[in-house]
Ligand binder design. Structure first.
Ligand code: AKG
Ligand code: FE2
Length: 728
C-alpha cells in the first residue's frame, strides 16, 4: 500500500521531525546542566527577577526537550541497529539471540549518549536527578513561568503557561481560579490560549481538517498522512522514553528483575496514547482512527480507490461494526474498478493494534496472576500485625516486593492527565465530542470481572477477592470525585479521626452525593457512576454466595484515609483495628451480635479505588487477641474483597504510611427493613434531575448533618415525592 504514503506534505511552517542532533547542537546553556538551570530559574523566581526567571525557565524547557530527544534518539537508533545486526552464532539457543541483542544495544547506548554529550558540551546533557526529571515530567516549570510572565504584564503568555500547567493538574483549584482571572486581563483572548505542550501532530491534524472542509483534498491527504505519521512517531518517542531506569527497591533475582522492569515500562507505554489523545485538556480517544476516516473520503475524492478502500479497512480494525464505515465499504465494493484485495488494512495500523492487543492482554495476565502471588507471599512470610511487629530489614524489603502491580505510573515526559474537559473555557476544535466517563482506548471485553482468590486460598469461610469492577478511568473519576467532595467526619458521627491519630478520615455517603446533585453542586454523572458500580458489586456478591434471598444495600460509604504529613513511618497502630462488621468482639472466641453493633449487616464488600499510597493493606485476622494476620489483600483499582459480616471474618486495615487510600465500603443486608433509604432517595433525585434539572435555589449548602435536610426536601418537594412514589 505504499502509494498512500508517498504524498508530499504541502506545508511550510512545521518543524522537521527529528530534532535530536539539531537540539543538541543548538544547546548552549552557558555550561550549565539542565538541573543547574532549573535551580537557577527557581532562584531567579524567588529573587523576583522576572526577566531572568522567564529566560531561564524557557532554557530549562528547551534543554529538557534536547535531553529527551537525545535519550529517545539513542534508544531508537540502538534498537534498530541491534535488530539489524547478524547474531554471533546463527542458532538461537536458550534465547541467546535476545540477550546478545541487548548486550549490543547497551554498548551502543553508552556510546550514543556520550556522542550527544560531546556535541552539546561536557555537562549539558548530564543525567537529570530523578526529582528534577519528575518536576519536568509534571510540567512544574509552567507553575513558575506564568507568574513571571504575569509580573512582566505578558498576560497572554501567562495564560498559556498557566493553561499548560492546569491541563496536567486539573484539580489544582488556585490555578483554575487564577486562569479564570487571567482571561479577563487586557490583551488576553480566551480563544487563543493554547497548551504549550500539545503533541506536534495536533496542529497538522487541524490544518488537515480545515483543508478537508475547504474541499482541498490534495492538501488534506498530504496533511493527514503527515499527521498520522507524526502521531505514530510521537507515540514511539513516548514509548522509548518509558524505557528508563527503575528503582526496584529490593534485590530481585535476575529473571524477576527483568520481568519486573519490563512490566514497569509496559505500563508506562500503555499510557502514551492517553497523552496524545489529550487535546487542550479534552480527552479524544478517536484521534488515531479519525485519520483513516478522513483519508478514505479524501482519497475517494481524488479518485484513488485503492487507498480509499485500504483506509476503510484500517478504520474497521478499530471498530468492525461501525455502520457508516460498513456502508462505505459496500459502496466502494460496488464500484466497477474496485478489486477485493483493495480492502487490505494498512500495515502500520495492523502492527499498531496487534501490539496494543498483545500488550494489553499481557498486562491483564500480570495483574491477574500476580495478585494472588503477592498476597500469598505476604501470607507465607507470616507478618504479624503492627502491634508485635519488629521492623527488620527483611520486612521492609517485603513491603517493596509486590512491584508487579504498582500504580499505573506516569510516563516520563508527560503527566497522565485525568480526563477533564476545559473546553468550558476554550473551544479548541471544530468537532465536538461529549465527554464520557468510561472512554478507554484499550480494547475491553464487557465482562471483565475475574476471581482472584476464593475460600480455599483465603483459609476462611465466606470470603473472596475479585478484580475488574472498575477500569482505570472509573478509578480516576471516582478518586477525583472523592478528592473534591469527601468530608471529614461524614458517616462517622462527625468524628474526624475515629481510628488513628496519624490519619485523616474523610467520607461521603450516597445521601450527601444525592443532595449535592439535587442542589446542582455536582454533575449527576458522579452519582450515576457510584450507583452503577456498587450495584455491579452487589449483584456479584449475591450471585457468588448463591444467596436465595435478595441482598439489599444497607450502607454505602466512600472513605479515604490519608496519612498526616508528620505521621511516623514506623508507627505501630492500625488504620482500622481488628473487628467484625456485625458483632462486638469481646474476647478471643466471642463476638456478640447485639447493639450497638450493626447486627442487620449480613455481608460486606470493599471496592478499592487506588493503590498509589504506602501501607493500608486489608487483612483477615485469625483472632483478635494474638492479632495474627491470616491473609493480606493489597488494595488496587477495581479490586473487591467480599465476606460475610460476622465473627468468622475478623478483619482490619494496616496503617496508611503515606498518601491517600480511598475505597467504597459496602454493607448488605437480607432484611428489607434495613435497606439503605438514601439510595432510594438518590434514585428519585436522579429521576428528577434528569427530567427537570436540579433545584432552582441558589446558595444552599449541604451541612455536615445532611440527613434531615434530605428528608425535608423528599417530603416537601412535589417532584421528588412524585418520583419517590413511582419508584416504590
Ligand atoms: O477499607 C477497608 O479495607 C476495610 C474497612 C472496614 O473493614 C470497615 O470499614 O469496616
Ligand atoms: Fe469492616
Amino acid at each position: 500500500n505504499n502509494d498512500t504514503l508517498n504524498n508530499v506534505i504541502p506545508d511550510d511552517d512545521d518543524e522537521p521531525l527529528d530534532l535530536g542532533k539539531q537540539y543538541a547542537e543548538d544547546w548552549t546553556p552557558e555550561n550549565r546542566t539542565v538541573n543547574e538551570l532549573f535551580e537557577d530559574a527557581v532562584l531567579a523566581y524567588l529573587e523576583e527577577n522576572w526577566d531572568r526567571c522567564i529566560e531561564d525557565f524557557n532554557a530549562v524547557l528547551h534543554g529538557y526537550k534536547a535531553y529527551k530527544r537525545m535519550i529517545t534518539n539513542c534508544r531508537k537508533k540502538c534498537r534498530s541497529k541491534a535488530d539489524g545486526d547478524e547474531p554471533i552464532y546463527p542458532e538461537n539457543i536458550d534465547d541467546l539471540h535476545f540477550y546478545e541483542k541487548k548486550v549490543k544495544e547497551t554498548l551502543c547506548l553508552l556510546m550514543c549518549n556520550n556522542e550527544y554529550r560531546e556535541i552539546a558540551g561536557a555537562k549539558a546533557l548530564k543525567t537529570l536527578p530523578r526529582e528534577t526529571e519528575q518536576k519536568l515530567v509534571d510540567h512544574r516549570v509552567y507553575e513558575y513561568l506564568h507568574i513571571c510572565y504575569y509580573q512582566k504584564k505578558r498576560y497572554q503568555d501567562a495564560a498559556n503557561a498557566l493553561f499548560t500547567f492546569v491541563i496536567a493538574h486539573p484539580d489544582h483549584e488556585t490555578s483554575l481560579q487564577a486562569l479564570a482571572s487571567y482571561l479577563t486581563l487586557p490583551g488576553v483572548e480566551a480563544d487563543s490560549v493554547v497548551n504549550l505542550e500539545t503533541a506536534a501532530y495536533v496542529s497538522m491534524y487541524f490544518k488537515a481538517v480545515s483543508a478537508y472542509e475547504d474541499e482541498n483534498y490534495v492538501r488534506a491527504v498530504g496533511l493527514f498522512e503527515a499527521s498520522l505519521n507524526s502521531y505514530l512517531h510521537e507515540e514511539d518517542e513516548c514509548r522509548f522514553y518509558c524505557e528508563g531506569p527503575f528503582d526496584q527497591g529490593w534485590h530481585p533475582e535476575f529473571i524477576s528483575s527483568v520481568a519486573n522492569h519490563f512490566t514497569y515500562c509496559l505500563k508506562c507505554k500503555q499510557a502514551c496514547s492517553n497523552i496524545l489523545n489529550n487535546l487542550n485538556g479534552e480527552f479524544r480517544k478517536d484521534m488515531l482512527r479519525n485519520h483513516y476516516n478522513y483519508l478514505q473520503f479524501s482519497y475517494y475524492k481524488l479518485g484513488n480507490l485503492k487507498a480509499a478502500c485500504s483506509a476503510v479497512e484500517s478504520y474497521l480494525l478499530f471498530d468492525p461494526v461501525d455502520e457508516t464505515m460498513l456502508q462505505n465499504k459496500n459502496y466502494y465494493s460496488a464500484q466497477p474498478k474496485v478489486k477485493e484485495e483493495y480492502f487490505t488494512p494498512r500495515q502500520e495500523v495492523v502492527n499498531y493494534l496487534k501490539r496494543q492487543e498483545y500488550e494489553y492482554a499481557l498486562l491483564r495476565y500480570i495483574s491477574k496472576e500476580f495478585a494472588i502471588i503477592e498476597a500469598n507471599y505476604l501470607k507465607l512470610t507470616n507478618i504479624k500485625t503492627p502491634k508485635n511487629e519488629t521492623k527488620d530489614s527483611k520486612d521492609k524489603e517485603l513491603g517493596k516486593k509486590p512491584d508487579f502491580e504498582t500504580a499505573l505510573h506516569t510516563p516520563p515526559g508527560h503527566a497522565l492527565f485525568s480526563h477533564v474537559n476545559l473546553s468550558k473555557y476554550f473551544s479548541t476544535s471544530r468537532e465536538h465530542r461529549e465527554y464520557k466517563i468510561d472512554d478507554t482506548e484499550q480494547p475491553r471485553v464487557k465482562e471483565d470481572i475475574y476471581l482472584i482468590a476464593k475460600e480455599e486460598d483465603l483459609d476462611g469461610k465466606n470470603r473472596y477477592v475479585a478484580d475488574g469492577f472498575l477500569n482505570s478511568t472509573d478509578c480516576e473519576s471516582l478518586m477525583k470525585f472523592a478528592y473534591m467532595n469527601v468530608v471529614e467526619g461524614d458517616g462517622y458521627n462527625e468524628n474526624k479521626s475515629p481510628h488513628s491519630k496519624y490519619e485523616r478520615f474523610e467520607g461521603i455517603t450516597i445521601g450527601r452525593t444525592a443532595l449535592m446533585v439535587y442542589f446542582g453542586k455536582i454533575d449527576r454523572k458522579w452519582l450515576e457512576l457510584l450507583l452503577e458500580k456498587t450495584e455491579l458489586v452487589r449483584e456479584h456478591v449475591e450471585k457468588y454466595f448463591g444467596l436465595h434471598r435478595h441482598l439489599y444495600f444497607s450502607y454505602t460509604h466512600l472513605v479515604c484515609r490519608t496519612a498526616l504529613p508528620d505521621s511516623p513511618v514506623d508507627r505501630d497502630d492500625l488504620s482500622h483495628q481488628v473487628h467484625a462488621d456485625n458483632c462486638l468482639l469481646r474476647d478471643k472466641d466471642t463476638c456478640l451480635r447485639e447493639s450497638p453493633a450493626y447486627v442487620w449487616r449480613d455481608y460486606s464488600a470493599i471496592l478499592y479505588l487506588n493503590d498509589d499510597f504506602q501501607g493500608g493493606e486489608f487483612f483477615f485476622a485469625k483472632d483478635s487477641v494474638t492479632r495474627e494476620l491470616d491473609y493480606v489483600i493489597l488494595p488496587r483499582c477495581g479490586r473487591m474483597v467480599a465476606f460475610s459480616a460476622g465473627g468468622e471474618n475478623l478483619h482490619g486495615v494496616r496503617g496508611v504510611i503515606r498518601g491517600r487510600r480511598c475505597a467504597l465500603a459496602l454493607w448488605f443486608t437480607q432484611d428489607k427493613r434495613y435497606l439503605e433509604y438514601e439510595r432510594v432517595l438518590a434514585s428519585a433525585v436522579l429521576e428528577r434531575v434528569r427530567s427537570i434539572g436540579p433545584l432552582e435555589e441558589k446558595n444552599v449548602q449541604v451541612p455536615l448533618k445532611y440527613e434531615d435536610v434530605l428528608v425535608d426536601y423528599a417530603t416537601n418537594d412535589e417532584s421528588l415525592r412524585y418520583f419517590l412514589k413511582n419508584s416504590s
